[in-house]
Write a protein that binds this ligand. Structure first.
Ligand code: IPD
Length: 271
């Protein structure tokens, strides 16, 4: 917080994020029903942005500007603005864009409020919401106040006697796929089964809800995990971004503390 600024009311931030995520999700769902149009490709041909990603992010940004002028913003599609209040909103308007474009229901709006700037290594997440409009689910969390699905409190799973049900994902750059597959091979002995849902924020919300025991993925961007990481932590779990010499694509790992420790050991094992 800047000097003299009162500590933010994290429940109010959660409520505002939830209200805006519901509006944004409705816009995304409506635009999808009208037909999707690919606006551009980003890092690789597989990394797409639709017109709806841009329109939904603009809606979120406009609503936040109106409700909380002066807050910072970091969005997947429109970039950053540091703001003046010490609170920054980190937004993925449509996480799971490839699912969205392909007509899969597993996409979501992800909105987080963080304190301390837009660097995930130093920020402290205050509130986060993940809303999957087609699934009709709203996951919310506020720092120190727990995580919920609707009104139901969430708790990460701690028992997985048949092995862990894990989510994962692969980056859009084909050059990274061999490394990702080598990681999967090292992790498989811990696993009951693997899911690749295609929306990192939703994967993390599912870990918070105990649907997935854990999750790992290399190379996520801040807007992919800002809200989901807080959901996991507030549901009693752990979220880590590993620092690995020689790799700029940081590995994110989530789950119970015990599972995360086991996953990290496997991920770091020399092949
Ligand atoms: C992507 C999804 C995907 C993950 C990618 C992300 P986007 O986000 O979360 O599951 O594997 O790493 O970039 O591009 O759909 O917002």
């Amino acid at each position: 917080m800047t000097a003299g600024t009162a500590a933010p009311d994290v429940d109010a931030l959660r409520s505002l994020a939830a209200e805006i995520a519901l509006e944004a999700g409705e816009l995304a769902r409506r635009r999808r029903a009208e037909g999707v149009s690919i606006a551009a490709t980003k890092s690789t041909l597989a990394d797409i942005v639709t017109e709806a990603d841009r329109e939904v992010e603009q809606l979120i940004r406009d609503r936040l500007d109106a409700e909380r002028p002066g807050d910072g913003f970091l969005g997947e599609e429109s970039g950053g603005d540091p703001g003046t209040t010490g609170v920054t909103w980190v937004v993925d308007p449509i996480d799971g864009t490839v699912n969205y474009a392909g007509g899969f229901p597993t996409y979501c709006v992800s909105i987080a409020a963080v304190a301390g700037g837009d660097d995930p290594d130093t920020w402290s997440a205050l509130a986060g919401v993940v809303h999957a409009p087609v699934l009709g689910e709203l996951f919310t969390a506020a720092r120190g106040h727990g995580a919920r699905l609707g009104a139901v409190p969430l708790q990460v799973s701690t028992e997985n006697p048949a092995g862990a049900l894990l989510g994962t994902g692969f980056g859009y750059d084909p050059a990274t796929h061999d490394g990702d597959l080598a990681t999967v091979r090292r992790v498989l002995p811990l696993v009951r089964d693997l899911r690749r849902m295609g929306a990192a924020a939703l994967d993390l919300a599912y870990v918070a809800a105990g649907r997935l025991d854990g999750y790992f993925e290399r190379g996520l961007k801040p807007w992919d995990f800002a809200a989901g990481a807080l959901l996991v932590e507030e549901a009693g779990g752990r979220f880590e971004r590993l620092v690995e010499p020689g790799s700029a694509r940081r590995m994110c790992v989530a789950g119970s503390a015990e599972l995360v420790a086991d996953l990290v050991e496997r991920i770091r094992a020399v092949p």
